[in-house]
Design a protein around this ligand. Structure first.
Ligand code: BG6
Length: 509
């Protein structure tokens, strides 16, 4: 495998949680697998005053907690930590960027990294337009003497207008090829496997269209609440936090046309085309297509849990949604008339992300008594997490007299592949950026198209108080009314369990 060129990874917001839990541990995993270049350093930037040594001690803790999969890796830890440096720095102060330039020059000379820098923006979004501009003022965006890449964390904008403004602003100082908009879902092995499942198996693609697929269901469920992120979540809600980015991305990968090549232009073109084909939902019809909910206090496994409004940093009268269920359509040749049902929420019974392709029933119900079962069989469940795998449900004759049919499972679990290492999403994405490959990062036009689709819903929810925020007890599958989105009476959402092969309303409780 090609190794990245020598470089320095510069992390803005290095005293924050993301750096501690995800970024530095993910880069350690790369180091451990010998995937980093020979000359490499991390420069952490943050307002907290820390020495290199203090930063290393804190990061060591994060690596032990969130990386270090094998005991032998521990030997490499000290060598890795030596490459970590810290510079206390006020990102808001333009005068300090020339000090940063000096620090980078010093490290570049020490490590011989050829002026190749990756800037990771792990700061609050309000800094996203300030940092790139200030870097450019110091000529730290120029690729005349080494690459300069910019990784931008989510949220990318707050709505369409702010996303457009941010894109315009970034593009003033960096070229599109230098900008890496991260969506950690694209870094998940099982999300990438969607492309392989679809485009490397001759048996699925011929059926993958409106002629054979009845509907598609995408669930992104979490069994935790907002924890200490209440302040952030209040201004976000499930639509911005999960649907606009992660779940629409999954819909894009399910619905896209086969790309001509597996490269960043072709794959990203196809995803963008799906987003452009999303049928717009008008503000006045929002209630027909989208349901919002908020978890309320409840008892789970005998333990009292808080409602959203009691969480730290949350307004006691908050109308922020912690649950969204939606019906959407993709108006193109392949998907005309096929509903996509999408659902995401906090404090649901289990943590699971999966896609279910519901195939149409046979045209003639030979086993008429089982018509309702016929309607349900042939589901392809693509499990993103946990118990990653793929499951096919099909009808089989119940042994014995008559022709009774029952659904049975055929399943593959990643865990059956012993010795297979599933890299973390950040590990994969950081390595791709180091290699200059933006395939698994979002392009600006696609991000804007996704915002354009959700904008009217967010606007209606904000402005029209008559649209209810349905309460649902923590630990349940969200408001009952989300079933009303599905027009056919005998069809409901799948209620998945932790284990891919199980389903049912109450399996986790
Ligand atoms: C993040 C959201 O983008 O994704 C979080 O901000 C959410 O609220 C998380 O918990 C879910 O990611 P994952 O990888 O655990 O499914």
């Amino acid at each position: 495998m090609n190794k990245p060129e020598n470089h320095i990874l510069v992390i803005f917001g290095a005293s924050g949680d993301l750096t501690y839990r995800k970024l530095v541990p993910a880069v350690f995993d790369l180091f451990d697998q010998d995937l980093l270049p020979k000359q490499f350093a991390i420069l952490g930037l943050g307002r907290t005053d820390l020495s290199d040594q203090e930063f290393r001690t804190k990061m060591k803790e994060g690596i032990i907690l969130f990386a270090l999969n094998k005991p032998e890796s521990e030997q490499k830890l000290d060598e890795y930590l030596e490459k970590l440096h810290y510079f206390s720095f006020d990102t808001k102060d333009p005068d300090e960027y020339c000090l940063l330039k000096g620090k980078l020059r010093e490290l570049d000379e020490q490590y011989k990294t050829g002026n190749n820098f990756i800037y990771y923006l792990a700061t609050p979004p309000s800094m996203y337009s300030i940092i790139p501009e200030q870097l450019a003022k110091q000529n730290l965006n120029s690729e005349e003497d080494g690459f300069k890449r910019l990784i931008v964390e989510k949220p990318f904008g707050y709505d369409l207008k702010t996303a457009q403004t941010l894109n315009t602003k970034l593009l003033q100082d960096f070229k599109e090829e230098q900008i890496y908009r991260i969506d950690h879902y694209l870094g998940k092995e099982t999300v990438q496997n969607l492309l392989v499942t679809r485009f490397s198996n001759g048996i699925f693609e011929p059926l993958w269209n409106r002629n054979y697929i009845h509907h598609v269901e995408i669930t992104g469920a979490e069994n935790i609440g907002v924890g200490n992120r209440g302040g952030y979540y209040e201004g976000s809600g499930a639509m911005r936090d999960m649907v606009q980015n992660h779940l629409l991305l999954l819909a894009g990968l399910v619905a896209m046309e086969p790309p001509a090549l597996i490269d960043s232009t072709n794959i990203r073109n196809e995803i963008a085309k799906v987003f452009h084909s999303l049928r717009p939902i008008k503000e006045e019809e929002v209630s027909k297509y989208a349901i919002r909910g908020q978890y309320t206090a409840s008892k789970i496994k005998g333990e009292q849990v808080k409602g959203y409004r009691e969480e730290q940093g949350v307004d006691p009268d908050s109308r922020t949604e912690t649950f969204v269920a939606m019906k959407l359509f993709i108006d193109n040749w392949r998907w005309a008339g096929v509903p996509f049902y999408i659902r995401s929420g906090k404090m649901l019974p289990t943590r699971v992300t999966e896609i279910v392709i519901h195939f149409k029933a046979t045209p003639h119900h030979l086993f008429a008594d089982n018509e309702s079962i016929c309607k349900n069989y042939n589901q392809l469940v693509i499990r993103i997490q946990p118990d990653e795998g793929v499951l096919m449900k099909f009808g089989m004759k119940v042994p014995g007299a008559g022709f009774n049919v029952q659904n049975v499972n055929m399943d593959f679990h990643y865990s059956d592949l012993s010795d297979t290492y599933l890299p973390s999403a950040y590990e994969r994405l950081l390595l791709d950026c180091m290699l200059g490959d933006g395939t698994l990062y979002h392009r600006g036009d696609a991000v804007e198209a996704a915002w354009k689709f959700v904008d009217p819903i967010l606007k209606a929810w904000q402005e029209d108080d008559s649209i209810p925020v349905h309460g649902y007890p923590a630990g349940t599958w969200g408001p009952d009314v989300s079933d009303d989105l599905i027009e056919e009476n005998d069809i409901t959402w799948r209620y998945p369990c932790k284990n891919l092969s199980n389903d049912g309303n109450y399996c986790e409780l």
